[in-house]
Design a protein around this ligand. Structure first.
Ligand code: NAD
Length: 365
């Protein structure tokens, strides 16, 4: 029998090929009257067409960059205020969805965006309605109350109920155009979410099950989508796995591997997925225990050694950075210190202090 737990998942999920074609019906169901659509440049042309087709879309903000900046979220919020919007739709990878979530949360407030970013002002109690539409298969942001925003070089992961979307429209067809490199790093990001949700100190029996299925699907489909981006069956499996990955970590939160990803992204500009992948196989070996062995068995593997090897093989297949020497000059004690003090490190099941992290990074020299 499972131990006691509390589980909640408040996002209504519309999954399937072509589900994005019914965005207008989703907006109707949520009683949205005026929505700002937030996206990156890859979706800008399509967003303008959509604005002509769907009357509720009153404005488009299409300037979201990877590692989205606070200034972009503030601009999107200003646009929403100007148009008296009651909803924000984020269409894109994690960068666009997180920008939409942060903008929606601050619109009803009167403080500058930076005050909310720094936590100097509490977020307004009621956000605008948030609808998320992922176009990568990785972050799971469509089902989390997390928004990751940067201000200059400072990257903050903010966790608040106001960031929780009301609906997620997950249409695998939107991911067909993702490049092979982004396919690989986002797939490994989804793998990291599933594994970290599972080994997090706050893991739950329901999220353990979701994590195992996400890992199984990623192992079976990531190379296929990497080699042939038009493989619809692999793309659909990865979109589903990414959604499951998001649900796996939404309540337990991530742990050591994500804690290490922040200094790796901030100092050496590794994209989020590649930064997570950098230490993921190391943490599989560090955190290997009976429960992780059980996840491996459910995912069709012989055990944690095989899981670590498969992750390493994915990284090699796409030529991702695997050694500190690939990053350039690295001050290992400083890197270990930055990772050790990250709050997510506290969720790691095996205590990782500076000395333990130094040892891990020395092995990756
Ligand atoms: P991304 O959103 O930064 O997108 C990467 C690149 O792919 C961009 O250039 C984008 O324009 C392009 N792109 C996106 N979809 C495309 C498509 N269908 N076709 C062609 N190009 C496309 O990358 P990401 O990995 O999805 O998101 C990373 C961000 O999400 C990071 O800031 C990370 O910290 C954050 N994140 C958030 C959560 C959360 O729960 N909120 C979880 C994990 C990561």
């Amino acid at each position: 029998m499972a131990n006691d737990f509390i589980y909640a998942q408040p996002v209504k999920i519309f999954f399937g090929e072509g589900s994005f074609d019914r965005l207008d019906a989703v907006l109707d169901e949520l009683k949205v009257r005026r929505a700002v659509l937030v996206c990156g440049r890859h979706f800008a042309a399509e967003a303008s067409l959509l604005q002509k087709k769907i009357p509720q879309i009153c404005a488009v903000f299409s300037d979201v960059e990877p590692n989205p900046q606070l200034s972009g979220a503030a601009e999107a919020a200003a646009l929403a205020r100007k148009h008296e919007a009651d909803a924000v739709i984020g269409v894109g990878g994690g960068s666009a969805m997180d920008t939409a979530k942060f903008a929606a949360a601050i619109v009803p407030g009167d403080a500058p965006a930076e005050a909310y970013f720094r936590g100097e002002k509490p977020l307004p109690s009621q956000a605008l309605t948030i609808v998320c539409v992922p176009t990568t298969a990785g972050t799971g942001s469509e089902v989390t109350q997390v928004s990751v925003i940067s201000h200059g070089t400072e990257k903050r992961t903010m966790n608040h109920p106001s960031f929780m979307p009301k609906a997620a429209v997950v249409d695998p067809l939107l991911t067909l155009t993702v490049s092979p490199y982004t396919t690989m790093i986002t797939g490994l990001d989804a793998m990291a979410h599933a594994l970290e949700g599972c080994w997090s100190k706050n893991h739950q029996p329901i999220t353990d099950l979701l994590a195992a299925e996400a890992v199984r699907l990623i192992l079976e489909n990531l190379s296929a989508a990497y080699r042939d981006g038009s493989d619809r069956s692999a793309r659909a499996a990865l979109s589903y796995a990414s959604l499951l990955g998001g649900l796996s970590f939404a309540m337990p939160k991530t742990a050591g591997c994500h804690a290490c990803s922040y200094p790796l992204s901030e100092n050496w500009h590794l994209p989020h997925g590649e930064a997570c992948a950098f230490t993921l196989d190391s943490f599989v070996r560090i955190n290997a225990d009976k429960r992780l062995e059980e996840l491996c068995r459910r995912a069709g593997l012989s055990g944690t050694d095989e899981l670590a090897e498969r992750i390493r093989a994915f990284k090699q297949e796409a030529g991702l950075k695997t050694r500190l020497s690939d990053l350039g000059e690295v001050d290992i004690p400083a890197l270990a210190k930055a990772a050790a003090v990250h709050p997510l490190m506290k969720n790691n099941p095996v205590p990782m202090d500076e000395a333990a992290l130094r040892e891990m990074f020395e092995a990756l020299r």
